[in-house]
Design a binder for this molecule. Sequence first.
Ligand SMILES: Cc1ncc(COP(=O)(O)O)c(C=O)c1O
Length: 456
Amino acid sequence: MAELPRHKVLLDEAEMPTQWYNIVPDLPSPPPPALHPGTLQPAGPEDFLPLFPMDLILQEVSGDRYVDIPEEVQDVYRLWRPSPLFRAHRLEKALGTPARIYYKYEGVSPAGSHKPNTAVPQAYYNAKAGVRKLTTETGAGQWGTALAFACSLFGLECEVWQVGASYDLKPYRRTMMEVFGATVHRSPSELTESGRRIRKDDPEHPGSLGIAISEAVEVAAPDPAVRYALGSVLNHVLMHQTIIGEEALKQFAKIGETPDVIVGCTGGGSNFGGLAFPFLREKLAGTMSPIIRAVEPVSCPSLTQGVYAYDFGDTAGLTPLMKMHTLGHGFIPDPIHAGGLRYHGMSPLLSHIYELGLIEALAVPQTECFTAALQFARTEGIIPAPEPTHALAACIREALACKESGEEKVILTALCGHGHLDLASYDAFLSGRMVDEVITADRFTASLADLPDVGA
Ligand SMILES: Cc1ncc(COP(=O)(O)O)c(C=O)c1O
């Protein structure tokens, strides 16, 4: 009997990786340090203490290649991990491509995305440090849900500033966070100086991730019982997400495949880094040679159109300065449908890796993304979150190029979340109300002119 086509590659719970991978020591040069905004000197652990517990600060600056995943965290991971690796047979057939398309599906988590991979350890280390409450921002609503879930498991309170556009469009994300016990505010809010300043001019302001971060940081920093948790951007967050790539490596080994192209969407860089870094380790070691490509929205193109400079991580300028690809901390992206990609900057680690020429980047307009999402949903059966539709669009571009050239490339992407609570965006697309923003460089002139001056 002919062998039936395999749709998914599964790992047993016992095969789940037990260490996160830190790519920093394997890079040809380390990323530039974060700077204290007052002294402009490299920020030390004490500069981060008002925001994060020491365990996470040490992970942020760690030079160790591997960090053990605590037993308590592994135990929670096993609620949904290892996550499946799918082969997109039906999508391949619909495209008529000789390429083999694989996607690592993170929508199986309680929040519906990759975000609990870092929410759980962040809640764990904060609880261990005796913290009472975590504050955070959320753009897509996925991160807020993930942190609310993680806090509920470790007995922490959770207060979330949800970006206004997301709060208005996704009421059930708020409900989900509340089910897990969190308190949720529309950002910008009246509760903080950062929020009030913006609401003075525009009470209906759609908000941005940068503004919501300012609000959450402003509340956490002065209170020793409260800490802040970030869902992306930082080294330790990307490191927690490497469980995705480590699992995918094992899954590829099981079927004797290696990827030729890896594509992932980038907001702050965490699902992309999480998938790509273990493969990049192998590439740097010479065991495989995939092209690794980051995909961002045309409306918020930090990697492809931003400058590589020191900037604040938030709009109000409350965080340490980080060297990253940025459109300027004052840049407010249009309220596009992929709320998780509306961030003015990019992870400093990923930015550095991009500068080293180890990854490529491209920007895709949202209607192409949703066209790809429909094609994916109608063949593979999963409705993607708006963010990974960017990766799917790039995946389809690559698969169609293979159709032209006849190449049988192996393409791997992260389907980092489902879109079950993003149906308003699908509705906008299906009813023809979704438009692509035409964006020219002058859109960033003002915000780029306002970058902090760190000298030569
Ligand atoms: C489903 C999903 N994908 C991607 C992102 C973008 O973040 P990152 O680049 O850190 O993966 C988000 C952020 O909220 C998200 O919710």
